[in-house]
Write a protein that binds this ligand. Sequence first.
Ligand SMILES: [Zn+2]
Length: 689
Amino acid sequence: MNYKSIFKMGTFLFASCLIVSGCHNKQKEETPSKELASGIVLDNLDTTVSPKDDFYQFACGGWVKNHPLPAEYSRYGSFDQLGESTEKQLNKLITDIAQQSNDAGSIAQKIGDFYNCGMDTQTINEQGDQPIRPVLQKIADVKSNKELTDLLIELHSEGYYPFFDIFGEASPNNSALTIAWLSQNGLGLGERDYYLSPDPKIKAGYLEMMEKTFELSNYGEMTNNVGKEKALANKVWNLETALAKIFIDKNELRDPVKTNNVLAIDDAAKLMTVVDLKKYMEQMVPNKVEEVNVVLSSYFTALNKLLATQDINTIKAYLAWNVINEAAPYLSDDFVDANFGFYGKVLSGKEENRERWKRVINTVSSLLGEPVGQLYVEKYFPSEAKERMLTLVDNLKIALGERIANLDWMSPATKDKAKEKLDAMIVKIGYPEKWRDYSGLQIQSDSYYANIVRATRFEIQYQLSKIGKPVDPTEWLMSPQTVNAYYNPTTNEICFPAAILQPPFFDMNADDAVNYGAIGVVIGHEMTHGFDDQGRQYDKMGNVNDWWTEEDSKKFTERTQVLVDHFNKIEVLPGTFANGRFTLGENIADNGGLNTSFVALQHAKTQGTVQENMDGFTANQRFFIAYAGVWANNIRDEEIARRTMTDPHSLGKWRVNGTLPHIDGFIEAFDIQPGDKMYLAPEQRARIW
Ligand SMILES: [Zn+2]
């Protein structure tokens, strides 16, 4: 199922599975009355290493040693701990509801029945592939290309997105209006590079899993292919490889100007002859579709050619594979195990699948995001946290405003526009002011997967019903129980869900130095996304609109190139290097977030909310230790390779050791000198915002 809401640009973390915090609770217990603790957990450090040579090891070495990688994780970091504690809170909430008797049609009934179905492994195992048989039969019955439009409408309505994807998002030219977007989609491995230069182990693992999963399904019987599953798998691989060849490169997709390709529906429809895009839009979207942003025309033209030349049985096998593969994690154990054996083990290096309750809680919490979120904030989100966050955000805004005013490389004209954009930035904290209506969603006690399909259909209808309507500025792109944060360029807003406002990001009982180092940098990071290589191309209203002088634009590009080059040289595994271009937006945001929050900390010091020395560290030192602490993690080599290819964020270790040498405040706080490994000469440091 497709849970992603596509253009969540500029998120702080990449959507990830998350984990429990013990260390900070200990701090709280040891701190009597209202006196604030330092917030630094000394056990997390490794003081045998000099902070001047390997700051990540110095600040995180103790944590890394004390938190060996659990078998079910491919990466386990301090914010995965927070994710795990949130997961336990959600589990308590949801299981309490599931044990009650709830009124039919109530939110509690929906949450409870969904969860109970997910935990009912006996029924799930008895059902096998039954929940997907009707849709597989529809695919099997197709005789020719002419039926493709209807079939794609059917599949896309249920959340399977072979070939392309549709969503409602602000128009790049008129951010107040939601329009239809179409974008490439449908690679089982997610990323085209896996096909263009395949790693033999990954290719073999994928094919083996595909063959196995085809065998488990009834698709072979439906199409007289019993015993020919291997051939089916090879056909799918070949078609996916052909698709990968016409996929637009991920760096190109980061460019808001290149991806601004709004066409009248009649013109968009001319790109495809095999699929009737006008009919498709009429049936998928409740309102009349006038225009479509096609990302990109060249992909759809090439896709049309591909569809016209491919054998219909190959296309059908590919479509069936999309369904089976998406459904597998939620079907009977044999499907789940085959799926995990590849995606979990081969691709990410995990040893064990997560316990069922965790998987089910995450599914329910994703698909019923706001109803679960409403219960979550009522129980777990203190209103004081919101007030303190608002103050922090205000202080960060002031600091970034000052930094913009003081930039020595930017003209007054561009500075004025940047300042206007900063002043106009909308701030969302904790949870939405109004909650979505889920009364139209039916959840029954018949089948876990049937409920997933119902909830997915409901979500897709909701998302696509926005097309043709004004953008709702109060809407949230993440649920409150998400440990993450985002900047949305089309609304010029920053958003901090309730779940991230906890240690190690935000500690109500800690001195301000660590809060500025952790959540302060997160706030600055999201603000800076409004001014990174993508965000800067949107104006204060969220339209793609160039507000820069040519000269300033040129200087910006030169300055950011320093980060591209720096990260390109980082060897993440023997022979594998970080992708400086792909991670540029995130690295600019870390750079700007650190500099901005550091200035805010200096202001806080003058206001007396910061103690200079605690636990043997200065306030400035504690700021950087707290920043690094957020990124403490253990990670498997497979996951390093996977993320380097697919994640626009740098790896945790390099968000520390790659980013900090560019920060003047860091170099000074630890008295780092030429010859130290963390040292970069002032003229080599990236100075952007
Ligand atoms: Zn980010």
